[in-house]
Write a protein that binds this ligand. Structure first.
Ligand code: ADP
Ligand code: ZN
Length: 517
């Protein structure tokens, strides 16, 4: 049986679990009774869909929402999973096809509307087909006092007893009374393994920094934490080796880890990390699944992670013991370009690519955030009550300025050159510098030529990066990465909207070796 991690990426196309998912998946797959309370949009369905694939036999999913069931069945089928639904919305042909698949033992997930449970034939059928798990979505519908009460939900407890299989109940309603009612009615009063955890990891300090000299940024971060166990995540295998060496040269105990290493070497490194104090592992994302070291004191990203989910999972490896832990994530325009290109050049179908871009956008929004990182991060996962005080932006609120004017200048340079150029060329135009290419294209005659002299080249680079971070512009892989404007930028271009940019990243960019304009 493939592992949960493999199924997560191969079947569902996700690169990491969202907060809370992994523990629930593990408990459900192991056949324990589970009650999971997760916010809407938190990714509940994966918590029964993935275990369904890990278990023998059929998983019965009970949900009151017909449209949602049909939607999930369609999604699963597109991913190559045998799933079917028995609802009042079915055509007779659809129902026949589901029965047939059941009889042939092909179906992995059977979605069923609660009112179907009343029909005697359904119970007989469920007894015959080898049900291995019951998953109940919107489990609060069993509460007679709630506004979503579904009388048919009262039959579910009986069904569980009758089939004698584990049951996993999911809801977004967290109040104690509803929980108690779910336990009474679905689990006969036997407390199931219950997951109600905020997603926040309050002991982890969050910080991002614009890349200017990544090697020394990481070396400085590690130097301030000498002797502590930490992980540095890198985007490439080669970089894990060079950076581990740089850390060793600076006097740290450090080694590299990536998927291209012999299995035995990987195992030894994992073991060393687990047992030794104060070792730094410089790794690709291949490192981490199954790492269960409670006292990792820090996690740094030398390159931007793939998505906001991957970010959360990777920093979440720090401070499992609850003691303070620190993180630092570096990001630059090249990272954004690389991540976009990876998505665009991947073989995933268009909808999946769009979703990947959206998850990357969420991470970029976090990187360029103007207020509390924790609030931004947890807000993305549906959590709204957030207290922080443990992030770089709470430590020192960023200085912002109205960036509408330079952004419009940049957009104008992009549009007037037909969206065929990268930031290097565009910045030269804005600065009013001539070179052979600019003369050859006649770009020194553009009205935009030289309008941006009040900013330096590094400042313009920071502005372009923030524009990418806000998804105002995107590199087009079909035009060798030339920057094109997105629809998000239209209101700014038209003067209907303004945009605030961060000053600090621009100032820090300025500290680079001065480049004469
Ligand atoms: P709910 O908890 O409201 O039932 P869903 O199961 O519908 O939430 O998931 C909400 C959204 O989160 C969906 O668009 C789904 O594709 C996405 N999602 C779920 N798990 C992950 C993951 N591990 N990584 C990225 N996206 C995910
Ligand atoms: Zn904060």
């Amino acid at each position: 049986m493939p592992s949960a991690a493999t199924l997560l990426s191969d079947v569902f196309g996700y690169d990491a679990f969202r907060p809370g998912q992994e523990e629930v998946v593990e408990a459900v797959a192991a056949g324990r009774n589970v009650l999971a309370i997760m916010p809407t949009g938190g990714g509940k369905s994966l918590c029964f869909q993935l275990p369904a694939l890990m278990r023998e036999g059929v998983t019965v999913v009970i949900s009151p929402l017909i449209a949602l069931m049909r939607d999930q069945v369609r999604g699963l089928r597109e991913a190559g999973v045998e799933a079917g639904a028995l609802t009042s919305g079915n055509t007779p042909e659809e129902t026949d096809a589901v029965w047939q698949a059941l009889e042939e033992g092909r179906l992995k997930l059977l979605y069923i509307a609660p009112e179907r449970l009343g029909a005697g034939s359904a119970l007989g059928m469920l007894r015959r087909i080898g049900v291995s798990l019951i998953a109940v979505d919107e489990a609060h519908c069993v509460s007679q006092w709630g506004h979503d009460f579904r009388p048919d939900y009262l039959r579910i407890g009986e069904l569980r007893r009758d089939l004698n299989v584990p049951l996993a109940a999911f809801t977004a309603t967290a109040d104690a009374e509803t929980q108690a009612e779910i336990v009474t009615r679905l689990f006969d009063g036997q407390q199931p393994e219950t997951f109600l955890r905020g997603f926040d990891r309050p002991n982890i300090h969050l910080a991002f920094a614009a890349k200017n000299n990544p090697r020394s940024q990481i070396l400085n971060f590690a130097a301030a934490r000498k002797g502590q166990s930490g992980i540095v995540y890198c985007g490439t295998r080669a970089k894990t080796e060079t950076l581990a060496k740089a850390l060793r040269d600076a006097g740290h105990a450090a080694c590299h880890y990536h998927g291209g290493m012999e299995a035995e070497d990987r195992r030894l490194t994992e073991q060393r990390f687990q047992q030794e104090d104060g070792l730094i592992v410089v790794a690709t994302v291949a490192f981490g699944m199954g790492i269960d070291k409670p006292d990792i004191r820090w996690v740094a990203h030398a390159d931007l992670p793939k998505s906001i989910e991957a970010y959360y999972q990777e920093i979440g490896r720090a401070g499992r013991d609850g003691a303070p832990a620190e993180t630092l994530t570096l990001f630059g325009a090249d990272d954004i370009r690389l991540r976009r290109a990876q998505i665009d050049e991947g073989l995933a179908p268009p909808e999946r690519r769009m979703a990947d871009h959206a998850r990357l956008n969420a991470l970029l929004g976090l990187a360029e955030a103007l207020k509390c990182r924790r609030e931004t991060l947890l807000g993305y996962f549906g959590e709204t009550e957030v207290t922080c005080g443990k992030c770089d932006l709470c430590d020192s609120p960023p200085e912002v300025f109205d960036g509408t004017q330079p952004v419009r200048m940049a957009l104008s340079a992009i549009l007037r050159t037909g969206e065929w150029f990268g930031s290097g060329h565009l910045i030269e135009i804005l600065l009013g510098n001539t070179n052979d290419r600019i003369r050859a294209k006649g770009h020194d005659d553009l009205p935009t030529f030289g309008v941006g002299k009040e900013y330096s080249r590094p400042q313009w680079q920071a502005i372009f990066r923030q524009m990418m971070g806000h998804d105002l512009i995107r590199p087009d892989p079909e035009r060798h990465g030339a920057l094109r404007m997105t629809d998000t930028a239209l209101p700014i271009l038209r003067g209907e909207d303004t945009i605030m940019l961060r000053k600090d990243t621009i100032v820090s960019a300025q500290r680079r070796p001065a480049v004469k304009a």
